[in-house]
Ligand binder design. Structure first.
Ligand code: ATP
Ligand code: MG
Length: 731
């Protein structure tokens, strides 16, 4: 169970919230209901719990539930928190407005978006859709072709989205972080203009637009601001360290009338800067709200002392942080364990064996989690668990709606709510025999100008060879226009799409069918098609991977990013090898520090048992095997904070990792000892050509400062790398 330590059995209706369940600082954060409040505290100190109690307390004080706005990082988190608040008080808590910034933006924009020229049936697009539009536009603006060397759609979306989320102008962002693309700056800015126009004309909004337009509503439309700001009298935000500047502005504008706003966060757990999150938002909060009361929580209620000692030490080495000290009263005799497998297979076998042992000790499967840096790091373990019959649920991996066949089906449903969505028309019209992009565009234009898609399609002057295909599609839309129920609509789409599906995915359609079955059961749970379409984009379901799909107890495999805020009795952190963690592309500086915080987030999820594992051999992108050492973040830790388990399973109670390290194979490399690979600063003069295993070839841009070198890579732009870790070679 995640975050189950509430130690309260729930109150009958009308009973008072038991504030004795809280420590004095937490209690103050709950009962100080007026004015701005910042709770800044380390992991497991009860920040989320405090928010839950505060929701219940506010309701008990007579605040109307729909006047409370609870903003969280995932939809699931807000549902869970409101459910817990309900346990403390009563069912009223369900009526509190809770969700992610994007979810609430969606709700408000459907109601008030007309002020900005948006209809209420706009469609939200995901990243793949956005990249699809960029590709279409690249073609129509003549930016494709080998000689052009124009950036890929992926890089372009990174730039456009980066500029929005970091609140930096596109050209500034290019000159700062993509200077190798500066010759394309004008074209990129022009492309962005067309991208915006395309979205507007087709009734589409990407994730960033949801935030930008929410802020615009509050900033630019006094009428909407008045109405929206008056709606909520108490605003609360969890995980504030992972908000970006736009979100901070939204909070400021929402609270401007009353300033009853409470944010909680931990700068040491900020892990989303790659999406523009800026943990300085926490530091800035007291400046934005002048009378902010700052509350620090210092007791950790989650982890045992040995686990807390190790996690405190991970973050001790961080270069920038709010000073926080955490203590716990939970004793524990087991130090975190470290295991190095010969390769990934042995690492997976170890995890699987330990899971069996933990279950033998009475730990339930759903109280165990395995966490990793990137979704693919768990593949070997998934195979192992499948072969040993352990049920698991994977989070943070591929999303159900990311594959082509799922996008196909969803495109029909999206068109039922927004017939202007050319992107979806393009997708389904191109499936018709003899219909190419040009014809598809013409048909989509005709539909946009027509009365209804069914009508427009049936009146379209088709060529002989493709008339029959269009007629079938016209019939489908006519049938769909008569229906509103998501389940029935899905059946209609499926009846039309099935033969196409079996033809397009001739080789593997039975495998893909499983995803569609999962989608079908999800659709069946909705009464409103718009809600289904929104949710699949805003909060896309994961592909079911484990053995069973019923409600059986199962363990969690999760990327660290998706494990935020949660806790389990036993946690494994896998793949802690040099080059894998930190991520090979991390460079040094801010990205390096973010990787350190990521490890901090992972390790602080553990209550009683923490296992850190890594393989000593990794496959490189060119399919070579390479010996690797442990992550530099582990070798930095102080002696005696964990114990090593030998490959034969013996737990060495020796005092320090230093003993463990010296007993390892002599071929292993440790980052700080890898003398042979170290380059000297003198060799790296400006203009020297170098090679990096991940970034490829580049040129030293500036002479090294300390042991940091500034390199301009042909494909990746400027990176600052640390000579001790970067594995640079001179060409
Ligand atoms: P994170 O930074 O990881 O999000 P957090 O600060 O939000 O952590 P919570 O998840 O709220 O911490 O709390 C961690 C655990 O400690 C939970 O199981 C919670 O129920 C428990 N806890 C917090 N405060 C108390 C308390 N005063 N008494 C008993 N248990 C507590
Ligand atoms: Mg929390």
């Amino acid at each position: 169970m995640e975050n189950d330590n509430f130690q309260t059995s729930g109150n009958p209706a009308g009973a008072t919230v038991n504030l004795a369940d809280l420590n004095p600082s937490q209690r103050e954060a709950v009962t100080r209901t007026e004015g701005p409040l910042l709770v800044i505290a380390g992991a497991g100190s009860g920040k989320t719990r405090t928010l839950v109690y505060r929701v219940a307390y506010l309701l008990e004080q007579g605040v109307e539930p729909d006047k409370i706005l609870l903003l969280t990082f995932t939809r699931k988190a807000s549902q869970e928190m409101l459910w817990r608040a309900g346990q403390l008080l009563n069912e009223t808590c369900r009526r509190v407005v809770g969700g992610t910034f994007h979810g609430v933006a969606n709700m408000l924009l459907r109601r008030h978006g007309h002020h900005l020229g948006f209809g209420s049936s706009f469609t939200i697009i995901d990243r793949a859709d956005a990249e699809g539009i960029i590709n279409l536009l690249k073609g129509s603006l003549g930016l494709t072709g080998k000689d052009k060397q124009f950036p890929t759609k992926r890089v372009l979306i990174n730039i456009l989205s980066g500029s929005v989320n970091k609140s930096i102008a596109i050209d500034d962002l290019i000159y700062d972080s993509y200077s190798h693309l500066s010759e394309h700056a004008r074209d990129i800015i022009n492309l962005e203009k067309h991208y915006k126009e395309f979205k507007f004309n087709n009734g589409l909004m990407d994730y960033d637009d949801l935030l930008v337009n929410w802020k615009r509503l509050l900033d630019e439309v006094p009428e909407a601001r008045k109405e929206i700001a008056a709606r909520y009298s108490h605003i609360m935000v969890d995980e504030y360290q992972d908000t970006n500047l736009i979100q901070a502005d939204i909070v400021r504008l929402l609270a401007c009338g009353h300033e009853n706003v409470m944010v909680v966060g931990d700068d040491s757990q900020s892990i989303y800067s790659f999406r523009g999150a800026d943990f300085y938002n926490i530091m800035r909060f007291p400046k934005v709200f002048k009378d902010t009361k700052i509350i620090k929580l210092e007791e950790n209620y989650r982890s045992t002392q040995p686990i807390l000692s190790l996690t405190n030490d991970i973050i001790r080495n961080a270069t920038e942080k709010y000073a926080k000290t955490l203590f716990t009263q939970i004793e524990g005799d087991q130090k975190p364990r470290l295991f190095a497998g010969r390769d990934e297979r042995e690492e997976a076998a170890f995890v699987s064996k330990k899971i069996a042992e933990l279950r033998g000790k009475g730990i339930e499967l759903d109280n165990i989690a395995v966490l990793f840096r990137s979704a693919f790091h768990s593949y070997k373990l998934e195979m192992e668990l499948n072969s040993t019959g352990v049920d698991f649920e994977k989070r943070g991996g591929l999303k159900l709606t990311e594959s082509a066949h799922m996008k196909d089906v969803i495109a029909f449903l999206r068109l039922r709510v927004n017939p202007c969505d050319t992107l979806s028309w393009n997708r389904i019209l191109l499936h018709l025999d003899k219909v190419g992009p040009k014809t598809a565009r013409k048909i989509a234009d005709a539909i946009a100008g027509g009365e209804s898609p069914g009508q427009a399609l049936s009146e379209y002057p088709c060529g002989k060879t493709w008339a029959q295909g269009v007629a079938k599609l016209a019939q489908l839309f006519k049938d769909m226009e008569r229906e509103t129920g998501p389940g029935v609509l899905y059946e209609l789409v499926w009846a039309y799409y099935q033969p196409l599906f079996e033809k397009i995915y001739r080789d593997d359609f039975p495998k893909r069918q499983k995803d569609l079955d999962q989608l079908k059961s999800i659709v069946a749970g909705y009464e409103n098609l718009q809600a289904f379409v929104d949710d699949t984009t805003l909060d896309p379901p994961e592909i079911a991977k484990g053995l069973s799909t019923d409600d059986k107890e199962r363990m969690i495999l999760s990327t660290i990013h998706s494990s935020k805020g949660l806790e389990w009795d036993a946690v494994f952190v896998m793949g802690l090898a040099d080059g894998r963690f930190p991520h090979a592309a991390a460079g040094i500086g801010e990205q390096w520090e973010e990787e350190r915080r990521l490890l901090y987030v992972a390790a602080t999820r553990a209550k009683q048992y923490l296992y850190l594992t890594y393989p000593r051999e990794l496959m490189t992108p060119d399919r070579q095997f390479r010996r690797v050492g442990m992550s530099p973040f582990l070798s930095e830790l102080r002696a005696g904070l964990f114990e090593r388990i030998d490959r034969d399973g013996v737990e060495r109670s020796g005092p320090s990792y230093l003993t463990a390290q010296s007993s390892l194979s002599s071929t292993m490399t440790f980052p700080k000892k890898a003398k042979k690979t170290k380059l000297s600063v003198k060799e790296l003069k400006k203009g020297v050509r170098v090679k990096h295993p991940f970034f490829g070839e580049g040129v030293v841009n500036d002479k090294p400062k300390g042991r940091s070198v500034n390199v301009n890579f042909q494909r990746h732009g400027i990176k600052i790398l640390h000579l001790d870790y970067a594995k640079l070679t001179i060409l």
